[in-house]
Design a protein around this ligand. Structure first.
Ligand code: UDP
Ligand code: MG
Length: 323
C-alpha cells in the first residue's frame, strides 16, 4: 500500500495548566520536528485547547504560538470540561489535518509513543489506542477503582479498551465518523472503541504529572464513571427490573410466613423483620428512582441541543497554514 503522509495535529486540552505548558511545548515541538525530519508526516502541529482556564494558560499559549510555528491555540469562552474541550480540538482537526492525536497537557502520557502511533496509522490503522502498560505511578486507590470501573464497563458494554484513556490517534476518516455522533453526553473512549474501523494499540508507561495538580478529584472521577456507564448502556435499568422481580419473589415467601404466623396467633413478634425490610425496600426504591432519574437527566440535556462550546479566540498554527 502506498501511503503519502500528510498533516498531523496533536490536540491538547488545557485547564489551568500554566505550570506545565513550557515543558509540554518543548517536548511536543521537538516531536513534531522529528516526525517531519524522518518524513513520517509532511507537517505536524500542536493545538492547545484552553478550556476556560482562570490562570495564565492562554497567555502561555499565545507566547508559544509566537515562538513556534508548530503551535496553535483555541480559546474556549468558558469551562466545558475535558471531554467537550477535546471534542472542540478534534472537530478542528477533522477540518485541517489528516490525523489527530489527543494527549493531556500534563505529560503523564508518553510523548514518544506518538511516533509508534503514526507508524501504525501509516500501516493502515484508523484508530490507535495508547494503552498503559501498568499503573505503578498511580495510588493504590486510583488503581483499584480504575480496575473496578473497567471491569464494570466491560460488563455493561463489551467495547472498552482496558487501561486506555484519551491518549489516541485518529485518522481523518475516524474523526469524521466521530463528528457524526450527535450526543452531548460525551464518553469519547467508549464512543471511539465502538466505532469499528481498523484499530491498533501502542503500549506505554504512564508517568507522574509533570507539574500542577490533577483536575480530576475523586468526586469528578466518580461522576465521570457514572456518566460513562449511563451514556453507554441501559443495562442498569434492566437490573432494576430484575431486582424488582427478586423482591416480588421474596415478598411471596414473606406473605406465606405472615399468614402462618397470624394463624398461630403470635403476630407482634414480626416487628423487627418488618422494620428491616421496610428500610431495605425503601432504599432499593430510592436507588431505582435515582438510576432512572440519571437517564431522564441525560435525555433532558440531549433534547436541549445546546451548543457544545464557543470559541473566543483562534490562533492558527503557522506550520499548518503553509501550503
Ligand atoms: N482538563 C480540561 N478541562 C477540565 C478538566 C481537565 O481540559 O475541566 C484537561 C487537563 O488540563 C488535562 C486533561 O484534561 O490536560 C486531564 O486532566 P488531569 O490530568 O487533571 O486528569 P488526571 O490525569 O488526573 O485524571
Ligand atoms: Mg493527568
Amino acid at each position: 500500500m502506498t501511503f503519502s503522509p500528510k498533516s498531523l495535529l496533536i490536540v491538547v486540552p488545557c485547564y489551568n495548566e500554566e505550570a506545565v505548558l513550557s515543558e509540554t511545548t518543548s517536548r511536543l515541538v521537538a516531536l513534531c520536528r522529528s516526525l517531519q525530519d524522518t518524513q513520517a508526516v509532511d507537517r505536524a502541529a500542536v493545538l492547545y485547547v484552553d478550556d476556560g482556564s482562570g490562570d495564565a494558560t492562554w497567555n502561555c499559549i499565545e507566547q508559544h504560538a509566537t515562538a513556534y510555528p508548530e503551535v496553535g491555540g483555541l480559546k474556549l469562552a468558558h469551562n466545558v470540561g475535558h471531554q467537550q474541550a477535546l471534542w472542540a480540538g478534534l472537530e478542528y482537526a477533522a477540518r485541517v489535518a489528516d490525523a489527530a492525536v489527543s494527549i493531556d497537557a500534563d505529560l503523564q502520557d508518553d510523548v514518544e509513543a506518538i511516533v509508534e502511533m503514526v507508524d501504525r496509522w501509516r500501516e493502515g490503522a484508523d484508530v490507535v489506542f495508547g494503552v498503559r502498560r501498568e499503573r505503578r505511578t498511580d495510588t493504590c486507590f486510583k488503581r483499584t477503582t480504575a480496575l473496578a470501573f473497567y471491569s464494570l464497563m466491560r460488563r455493561m458494554n463489551g467495547n472498552m479498551v482496558y487501561n486506555h484513556a484519551d491518549f489516541r490517534l485518529m485518522s481523518r476518516r475516524a474523526l469524521e465518523a466521530l463528528m457524526a455522533y450527535p450526543e452531548r453526553n460525551l464518553f469519547l473512549r467508549g464512543m471511539v472503541a465502538s466505532m469499528g474501523f481498523p484499530t491498533a494499540r501502542v503500549y506505554y508507561d504512564r508517568q507522574e504529572r509533570f507539574a500542577g495538580e490533577s483536575k480530576y478529584p475523586f468526586r469528578k472521577m466518580l461522576a465521570f464513571a457514572i456518566d460513562g456507564i449511563t451514556s453507554f448502556s441501559v443495562r442498569p435499568l434492566q437490573y432494576i427490573s430484575l431486582l424488582g422481580l427478586v423482591f416480588m419473589a421474596i415478598s411471596f415467601f414473606a406473605i406465606v410466613y405472615g399468614v402462618v404466623v397470624w394463624l398461630e396467633g403470635r403476630t407482634i413478634a414480626g416487628w423487627t423483620s418488618l422494620l428491616v425490610s421496610l428500610w431495605f425496600i425503601g432504599g432499593a426504591l430510592l436507588l431505582a428512582c435515582g438510576i432512572i432519574g440519571e437517564y431522564v437527566g441525560k435525555i433532558y440535556t440531549e433534547v436541549k441541543r445546546r451548543p457544545r462550546y464557543f470559541v473566543e479566540k483562534d490562533l492558527k498554527a503557522k506550520r499548518l497554514e503553509q501550503p
